[in-house]
Design a protein around this ligand. Structure first.
Ligand code: PLP
Length: 339
């Protein structure tokens, strides 16, 4: 029987096959948002009484779900950092069931030792999950590297045109069957018209992401040598702490970067207002370049002290690089920096 909520219309099926093929996995499932994909997967993998290890700088929505709901449902958790994989061992409990990380963190673009995450998960019989939204299947295919489940906010690069909300879960047939069963109950199924738009967006995924990789690398290199820029966070720069691993694992370093200026917050705001090509807005992964100050958008709910503890200064600027000519983008950032 075909029925939209059961995720089995032709629009769903063709997308599932395409997403699985893109990450060289057995199967895939779309959901009505990235959060629907993430929460449904977590609630499939984890049950009352289980314990999970989570990367300590997760996307805010995921983090809030964990704080507000996972604990309430009887799942305990501990956070692990990027610094020392040996410290993860100490957080293991007899009931640790899974480990959950992100391919690159927002907004600092940190990359946890992903090879070590897989080794650690396998040697401790944990289910490994990764939110690979920032990496995209063009740059990183988690299942090829041993992850059990890859997750995406399809609202971002997969669709690429900032005109739908969607999510995806990619992995083995047996995991996808289990997550589908739960999604059928929870009802977070993607609308078939959104499936059609996502399918259309994915047709240009390769060409978009490769251009975004090139543009972001060029912009990061330009910013790094500019005298008013004090720090650039981009895994494609040799100065990035995970450059070696990122070069090994990723086919491109993605379209996201962040940086700090030698200016106070008013100066940074004035710099942003001088930019003419980027739109000053949150979200990411679309065709236009977007710039934001995370202290006022994605991390506005945190206190300045908590942000500082994570390394997110009030002046930090995050950029989602789009498809513009890289020379024009750089010219625009240059005039705004020098203005
Ligand atoms: N994961 C990451 C890395 C994100 O950036 C976002 C949204 O910004 C999400 C998940 C949630 O996705 P959605 O907004 O599609 O629910």
């Amino acid at each position: 029987m075909r029925y939209i909520r059961l995720n089995n219309t032709p629009n769903h099926q063709v997308l599932h096959q395409k997403l699985a093929a893109l990450e060289n996995a057995e199967a895939a499932l779309v959901a009505t948002s990235g959060m629907a994909a993430i929460t449904t997967t977590l609630l499939t993998v984890l049950s009352h009484g289980d314990h999970v290890l989570l990367q300590d700088t997760l996307y805010g929505g995921t983090y809030q779900f964990i704080l507000e709901d996972l604990g309430r449902l009887g799942v305990s958790y501990d956070f692990i950092g990027i610094e020392d994989p040996r410290a993860w061992e100490k957080k293991l409990q007899h009931n640790t069931k899974a480990i959950y990380v992100e391919a690159m963190t927002n907004p600092l673009l940190q990359v946890i030792d992903l090879e070590e995450v897989v080794r650690f998960a396998k040697s401790n019989h944990l289910v490994s999950m990764i939110d690979s939204t920032f990496a995209t299947p063009v740059n990183f295919r988690p299942v090829e590297h041993g992850f059990d489940i890859s997750l995406h906010s399809a609202t971002k690069y997969l669709n690429g045109h900032t005109d739908i909300v969607g999510g995806a879960v990619i992995g083995s047939r047996s995991w996808i069957d289990k997550v589908t069963h739960k999604l059928n109950h929870f009802g977070g199924s993607m609308d078939p018209h959104a499936c059609y738009l996502l399918h259309r967006g994915i047709k240009t995924l390769g060409i978009r992401v490769r251009q975004q990789n090139r543009n972001a690398l060029a912009l990061a290199q330009f910013l790094e040598q500019h005298p008013r820029v004090t720090r650039v966070n981009y895994p494609g720069l040799e100065s990035h702490p995970a450059y070696a691993q990122s070069s090994r694992l990723f086919d491109g370093f993605g379209g996201m970067l962040s940086f700090e200026l030698d200016m106070d917050v008013e100066g940074v705001e004035a710099f942003l207002s001088r930019l003419t090509l980027p739109i000053i807005a949150p979200s990411l992964g679309g065709v236009e370049t977007l710039a934001t100050r995370p202290a006022t958008t994605s991390h506005a709910g945190m206190s300045p002290d908590d942000r500082a503890a994570l390394g997110i200064s009030d002046g930090l600027v995050r950029v989602s690089v789009g498809l513009e000519e890289s020379s024009e983008l750089i010219e625009d950032f240059e005039q705004a920096l020098n203005g």
